[in-house]
Design a protein around this ligand. Structure first.
Ligand code: 5GP
Length: 162
């Protein structure tokens, strides 16, 4: 598959087994954007739309989506990415002010193994009012090997054009 730059884009490995990334289709979020199904709208501009999650992890759980219809964050155009980045902190401030929750998580899932269920890019803003409400996650950290870290950082820096 060719991306915007004309370069071949990485595809999801066969090693994922049943967890294959589904092609971008007309998702439930496209239907919300078109107004075909209702939502509780929180914010809209030319590039971005935000609405309440139908299955909130806590009071105020909000989804922020681009109007650009791509499945995962790496596919998003710079213009839309900038618009999303500009509005996310403002939405967080509004959610804090209205819900009274001081703490929150911003979550963004890409691919079925990474818990993405709707294949249209979205950020979750999830208030964390208490230990047992909001996002509860397991954080299975490992230890970074210094040599491997140095090689990895160099490779990534090169990939980024540095
Ligand atoms: P994901 O697991 O893909 O990161 O999250 C998808 C989110 O979309 C879930 O939190 C789910 O509750 C929410 N969602 C799915 N369908 C609808 C819908 O029809 N309306 C709204 N408002 N949220 C939805």
């Amino acid at each position: 598959m060719k991306g915007r730059s004309g370069k071949a884009q990485p595809t999801w490995s066969a090693a994922l087994g049943p967890y294959k990334l589904r092609p971008m289709a007309d998702t439930i979020f496209s239907k919300i954007l078109r107004g075909d199904i209702p939502c509780h709208k929180v914010y809209e501009d030319d590039l971005v739309f935000a609405f309440l999650d139908i299955g909130p992890l806590s009071f105020g759980h909000t989804l922020v989506i681009p109007k650009e219809e791509v499945a995962t964050l790496d596919q998003l155009s710079d213009e839309t990415a900038a618009a999303m980045g500009r509005v996310l902190p403002r939405l967080c401030r509004a959610i804090k002010a209205v819900t009274g929750a001081e703490q929150f998580n911003v979550l963004q899932n890409n691919g079925p193994m990474a818990h993405q269920a709707v294949f249209h890019v979205h950020f979750h803003i999830i208030p964390k009012p208490s230990v047992d409400r909001g996002l509860v996650m397991e954080w299975s950290s490992t230890k970074l090997d210094p040599d491997e870290g140095a090689r990895l950082a160099t490779a990534l820096n090169k990939e980024m054009g540095g």
